[in-house]
Design a protein around this ligand. Structure first.
Ligand code: UD1
Ligand code: CA
Length: 492
């Protein structure tokens, strides 16, 4: 079996594999089942594992193995499954009644007819499969000149998996479903991964003969294996050493387990690429995220969606970054960054909220309790404390003082605030948009800015301070005298 790291990368489409000549390999994905054990409405294969639906992950692996246009058997919630895969690289057949995996395969007979070569068959509920493993199974099938190759693995908890039964010589003689197995067969630890490569013509010849006289009253695809052996055909079972890859998800606990494994794979890929992941158990990184080397990811951090992070950054602890582009040497500390951009050396946090449309220039500093929405901040500018910047631009090197608010909304429409470069906005200023503040201008602390401020001007928009000398001293004196008088009267 190939090295784990290559396999893991392929699961996320990072590398494309050397494939067989494409026209030679057909593919069939069985995805019609409801997944009763999931105890919900949604078709099982639509449930997501670390951000992508199981059916998408399986289909990706199947295509990486060299199948150009997999046939997907849909049934339960067919419309949604079809919509999920609607990118022109799939063919669909419907299985109206779910009468078993063999029955599901029968639905594809018309599409497979005339195909001269192997057909790769996978379930739709094995999200951790990799293209490389599938390609390896196809290669074994071809090299061995077999009519069927079955992927198996050994587990100490064979549970509900079908057991691979071998004869005295070690050849596969059939697969027995757990519900149909004898006590002795249940002891078998080698189980069926439900991933097969069949000679297409052979499969099509046996499918119509399947019977449903078994414990579940279903047409089992697994019965084709014994049938091929029965007529003297060659069946090989390749026992793979990573059971995780074939993990079938039948209930939500297995879904959680598969997500955990998938997340670890992603984290491992980043770690091997030079990213320091301080605590894998509290770090979530989506499959599509890119991170440069020497970036440090602290605990309690979620990085998701279409996010790119450069090298030498520090992300977290307690950061949530989504669909954002972050340059080199940036810092996101206890903050939320959503659909935002941070140029090299920009910093935010603790407790910054960078909302969609935020663009921070190089070395910008955003501090605590600062919310920015659709705000563009020029390089080397600082917005350090307790501020709301909405629908606004702030020029380079400008300092926005604590408690500044851009009033962008008048109850009906949003308005912009344009603040120039090298400007100083005094603390606790309120800028009533639409407003322009020029380059090199200054706004006095506590101002309510209701008029534009030209370049290099100073604006004061507050009541003038009045200072009354000795006012408090005389007031105190008066109050004391009054209190004394009152006490004397009440004593009488
Ligand atoms: C199946 C195998 C079992 C194997 C296990 C591995 C059979 C009979 N059993 O059992 O040997 O160890 O997978 O995970 O094949 N499906 C349809 N139509 C149907 C029934 C199922 O499309 O009528 C699809 C499901 O959507 C699912 C896949 O086939 O994606 C497997 O079905 P499932 O019911 O989960 O089979 P298992 O009981 O897990
Ligand atoms: Ca299953």
């Amino acid at each position: 079996m190939a090295k784990a790291e290559t396999r893991e990368q392929t699961t996320h489409g990072i590398v494309s594999l050397p494939t067989m000549p494409r026209t030679m390999l057909a593919g069939l994905i069985l995805a019609a089942g409801k997944g009763t054990r999931m105890r919900g409405e949604r078709a099982k294969v639509l449930h997501e594992v670390a951000g992508a639906s199981m059916i998408e992950l399986v289909s990706q692996a199947v295509r990486q193995a060299g199948v150009e246009k997999p046939i997907v058997v849909v049934g339960h919630d067919a419309e949604t499954v079809v919509a999920t895969l609607q990118d022109g690289t799939h063919q669909f057949v419907e299985q109206r009644e779910q009468l078993g995996t063999g029955h599901a395969a029968m639905m594809a007979v018309d599409l497979l007819k005339g195909h001269d070569g192997p057909v790769l068959v996978t379930p739709g509920d094995t999200p951790l499969l990799s293209g490389e493993t599938l390609a390896e199974l196809v290669k074994t099938f071809t090299d061995e000149g077999a009519q069927a190759a079955v992927a198996s693995f050994v587990t100490f908890e064979p549970g509900s998996y079908g057991r691979v039964v071998r004869d005295e010589e070690g050849h596969v003689s059939g697969i027995v479903e757990a519900k149909d197995a004898t006590a002795e067969e249940l002891e078998i630890k080698e189980v069926n991964a439900a991933v097969y490569c069949f000679d297409c013509a052979t499969l099509l010849r046996h499918l119509p003969n399947l019977q449903k006289g078994n414990a579940q009253g279903e047409y089992y695809l697994t019965d084709v294996i014994a049938a091929i052996r029965g007529e003297g055909g060659k069946v090989v079972a390749t026992c793979f050493d990573d059971p995780d890859e074939f993990m079938g998800v039948n209930d939500r606990w297995q879904l959680a387990e598969a997500s955990r494994i998938m997340r670890l794979r992603v984290l491992r890929r980043h770690a091997l690429n030079g990213v320091t992941i301080v605590d894998p158990s509290s770090t979530y990184i989506g499959a599509g995220v890119q991170i440069g080397p020497d970036t440090l990811v602290h605990p309690m951090t979620v990085i998701d969606g279409d996010t790119r992070i450069g090298s030498g950054c520090t992300i977290g602890p307690n950061a949530w970054v989504k669909d954002s582009a972050i340059g080199d040497g940036c810092q996101v500390f206890m903050s939320h960054v959503d659909q935002a951009e941070m140029a090299d050396g920009a910093r935010c946090g603790p407790f910054s909220n960078l909302r969609p449309g935020t663009r921070l220039g190089a070395r910008v500093k955003i501090g605590n309790f600062v919310e920015i929405k659709n705000g563009q901040i020029g390089e080397d500018a600082a917005v350090s404390h307790l501020t709301y910047i909405g629908d606004a631009s702030v020029g380079a090197r400008t300092n926005v003082g604590a408690g500044t608010i851009t009033c962008n909304y008048d109850g009906f429409a949003k308005h912009r605030t344009e603040i120039g470069a090298d400007t100083f906005i005094g603390s606790n200023s309120t800028i009533v948009a639409p407003r322009t503040i020029g380059d090199g201008a200054m706004v006095a602390a506590g101002s309510v800015v209701t008029e534009d401020v030209p370049d290099d001007a100073m604006a004061v928009g507050r009541a003038r301070q009045v200072t009354k000398e000795q006012w408090v001293a005389s007031w105190r004196q008066r109050r004391q005298t009054e209190t004394l008088k009152k006490n004397e009267t009440s004593a009488d």
